[in-house]
Design a protein around this ligand. Structure first.
Ligand code: NAP
Length: 323
């Protein structure tokens, strides 16, 4: 029997490729990342399974060309790069990789928070640039304590809850906003309090974003919101870049409307060393590494392959968007 065909927009771990090769005829894009749309369009018509990454935009046009496709298996928890509604309409399943990356991403959000409040990366730059001239005195180079601060979690889902657990052990006060509050039992065990979006913005010393990028959350953090935040407030974003209006953020930081920011995600990635954010000292910049630990990335590969296998068999993936 002819093997089913699977296309990967980028290579994966050896163990995952070995698994795929046992069952399918596979082709892996090498060269420019992300794969040019024209190349993906030329491949997508002949395959039953697609493995893609968060920077591969799978839109209506590509889906219209995907005549034999049964599953799009994305190597990410975010699926804002896929037109999932249209895929469903065309009976193409979409698999994604939540849960396995929750702890790694919460760890990164917490480390960014510590970094920007204690000015670790800034200090690293001072030393590397030969600017550490004398031992600091009482008022020099002071950071901010995390203890006692109010952490506002925007999006208390899997990653937001994992961040709350970490923050609790640092004796932070934790408030959160979702469209719907979580159960009272969960609130009590996490030690969190539900507030309105406005209250979250006004009362938090640090706001950490953990909502998905959707039409509703697009540019939700803009100048209007930064002006409502505390002047001493910090913004952490490990969710998606487009949730924040980056131009407004740059203005807010430069005009000291807020005290600092730590980011793992940007409106357009990668950013270059000429990007205005790189010129601001009270900003920590990470290159989209939320889930990037060797253990987590391997688990994501395992789920990506399992989701793909199920989709090709006509079954629902372990983690499925829609059906
Ligand atoms: P999740 O479990 O689905 O949690 C999302 C939370 O956001 C939910 O509590 C949801 O609650 C809330 N929410 C959704 N839309 C909202 C809105 N319009 N207003 C207020 N709250 C809203 O997702 P997760 O696994 O924690 O992942 C969150 C996001 O992190 C992903 O979508 C992904 O983009 C990003 N991420 C980034 C990295 C990285 O490498 N930096 C790694 C992993 C994940 P309600 O439904 O009640 O509103």
């Amino acid at each position: 029997m002819m093997k089913k065909r699977v296309f990967l927009t980028r290579t994966l771990h050896d163990f995952a490729l070995k698994e795929l090769k046992k069952r399918y005829e596979i082709e892996i894009h090498s060269g420019k990342i992300p794969i040019p749309k024209s190349k993906l369009r030329s491949k997508i018509g002949n395959i039953e399974g697609l493995i893609c990454f968060p920077y591969d935009k799978i839109d209506r046009d590509l889906i219209d060309n995907a005549k034999n496709l049964k599953i799009i298996s994305t190597y990410s928890v975010g699926f804002d790069h896929i037109d999932t509604k249209y895929a469903k309409k065309k009976k193409i399943r979409v698999g994604y990789t939540p849960e396995v990356l929750t702890d790694a991403t919460a760890d990164l959000a917490f480390s960014l928070m510590l970094d920007v409040l204690r000015r670790v990366s800034e200090g690293d730059r001072i030393i590397r640039n030969g600017k550490w001239i004398q031992i600091y005195g009482a008022y020099d180079y002071v950071g901010t304590d995390l203890q006692g601060m109010t952490l506002g979690i925007f999006g208390l889902g899997r990653i937001g809850s994992a961040l709350a657990k970490r923050a609790k052990s640092f004796n932070m006060k934790i408030i959160y906003h979702n469209r719907k509050p979580i159960s009272k039992n969960k609130e009590n065990s996490l030690g969190v309090k539900y507030v309105t979006f406005l209250k979250l913005i006004r009362s938090s010393d640090i706001i950490s974003i953990h909502v998905p990028h959707t039409k509703e959350t697009n540019h939700m953090f803009n100048m209007k919101i930064f002006k409502k935040m505390k002047k001493s407030g910090f913004l952490i974003n490990t969710a998606r870049g487009k949730i924040v209006n980056e131009k407004d953020l740059i203005k807010a930081l430069n005009k000291k409307i807020i005290a600092g920011a730590a980011l793992d995600v940007y409106e357009s990635e990668p950013i270059s060393k000429k990007h205005p954010l790189t010129k601001i000292q009270n900003v920590v910049l990470a290159p989209h590494i939320g889930s990037s630990t060797k253990e987590t990335r391997a688990k994501m590969a395992e789920i990506t392959v399992k989701n793909l296998n199920l989709g090709i068999e006509g079954k629902s993936p372990i983690y499925s968007v829609g059906y």
